[in-house]
Write a protein that binds this ligand. Structure first.
Ligand code: NAP
Length: 192
């Protein structure tokens, strides 16, 4: 990786130019830098790295209807284009959403990848509904902390794994059953 001056990108139809205020550093960004994702996603190098961001809409392309210049937004980028580690990025409007007022730019920039992973698993794959019981592994991690909160918000009861240092955190997020994976998973299975 190196610092370079690059031209400001221009939005095409359905895209928007975002002035970046913060960018997330997700584990996948390190894997991409190390070339470990190339079997899944072969990138056209050199390119600007960075997968998630928050910022302010600077310019909109034709056909962008849900956003206006000046909106505070956060987004993941197109996996084949990346581009969040720069002053400006162009993103398709379908990958962008407005930031809730209570969120600041730094917190918003770390949400898209881990948050979408949790949301897609619980809502799109599991179709979780109120009263369901769900097990979330690694509850104190990036995906786990968001998944617990989303599952509780959807009305589910949550069981999760956490080491003793993560127990208070996962309980504060709403997990009802906490399994200490360092000690409890060594023995025979127990009913949750
Ligand atoms: N982050 C993303 O955006 C993303 C997106 C797609 C997929 N994923 C995948 O989702 C998984 C979790 O990612 P993450 O970013 O949430 O990781 P993370 O922030 O590093 O969290 C992982 C959690 O796993 C727990 N853990 C460690 N060893 C364990 C064991 N032996 N048994 C049970 N739990 C254990 C740790 O719990 P304690 O803190 O309690 O020790 C830690 O909190 C990974 O497989 C990752 O590749 C992540």
């Amino acid at each position: 990786m190196e610092l370079r001056d690059v031209p400001e990108p221009a939005p095409s139809d359905g895209e928007m130019l975002i002035r970046i205020r913060a960018a997330g550093l997700n584990p996948v960004d390190c894997k991409i830098r190390d070339g470990k994702m190339r079997l899944l996603n072969r990138l056209d190098l050199p390119m600007v790295a960075g997968s998630e961001l928050s910022g302010v809409v600077e310019r909109i392309g034709a056909g962008v209807t849900r956003f206006a210049v000046g909106d505070r937004v956060f987004a993941r980028v197109d996996k084949t284009k990346l581009g969040a580690y720069a002053p400006f990025v162009v993103v398709d409007q379908t990958l962008v959403t407005k930031m809730p007022k209570a969120l600041d730019f730094a917190d918003a920039a770390g949400l898209p990848l881990a948050g979408l992973t949790a949301l897609q698993a619980l809502r799109d794959e599991l179709a979780l509904t109120a009263g369901d019981r769900v097990f979330i592994s690694g509850g104190a991690g990036g995906v786990g902390t968001l998944a617990i909160q989303l599952a509780v918000w959807m009305g589910a009861k949550v069981a999760t794994t956490a080491s003793p240092r993560g127990e208070e955190l996962v309980r504060s997020l709403g997990a009802e059953t906490v399994i200490d994976y360092e000690s409890e998973l060594q023995g025979p299975p127990r009913r949750l």
